[in-house]
Ligand binder design. Sequence first.
Ligand code: NAP
Length: 248
Amino acid sequence: MSTLEGQVAVVTGGSRGIGRAIALALASEGCRVVVNYHSNATAADEIVEEIETMGGEALAVQADVSIAEQARLLIDRALEAYGTVDILVNNAGITRDGLLMRMSEADWDAVLDTNLKGAYLCIKAVQRTMLRKRAGRIIQISSVSGLRGNAGQANYAAAKAGLVGLTKAVARELASRNITVNAVAPGFVDTEMTQALGLDLVTQATAQIPLQRLGAPEDVAAAVVFLASPQAAYITGHVLCVDGGLAM
Ligand code: NAP
């Protein structure tokens, strides 16, 4: 039997990149997966099909996690379809890079709203179900940028550092109810988000990585599956770097 057989997972931003790999990995461990997306319905439908072809169950749900009503509806759809939520992965994220001097308030707000407020809203929407069950796993996708800072990413680094604080505070609040709350901090992972940086920046970034390669989305997904698994039952409030050694 797979380690997460029958559990229900919600993966925000599960339609592409790291979220897609997380959705597939959780499904292959036996989870029924709610694949949230923002705008790309075709990509989300493809993941659902892929999971169904593997013999699993999945559902694509459109929601902008930065909007309270939509975050609530996302969790409500999961509850209607599968009756519960055991695992929440707050993966949805965007970048709007630029030096602080030139960073617009709109770019600051968009990044904080999606990456940080979105996680808060989804945790809020799901916590009652987990509290009642006295079980649950909540996993944030932070970033090495939030641990070390990164020039040109003041908004993104602030949001990702905020996720670390959110993780630790909520881990303390929910620990007595057997709900663990952890974060994964990827370094540079090969997705559309990093491809947008351009080849020169990616080559420079790779040169700083002790393991000398970009991460694959599956590297991050494996850490999420571990944190969701029974083997990680005694781990909470932790930030697990999946970064080829970049942050050490
Ligand atoms: P990506 O390829 O750009 O995918 C982003 C995903 O988030 C998409 O599924 C997108 O849905 C969804 N999304 C964006 N805004 C949303 C919103 N408001 N509500 C719901 N979903 C939304 O990104 P990625 O590289 O896989 O990154 C995934 C996570 O890992 C992010 O939190 C990112 O910050 C973090 N991370 C990435 C790296 C990296 O090197 N790639 C490193 C560290 C951390 P649509 O396609 O429908 O818009």
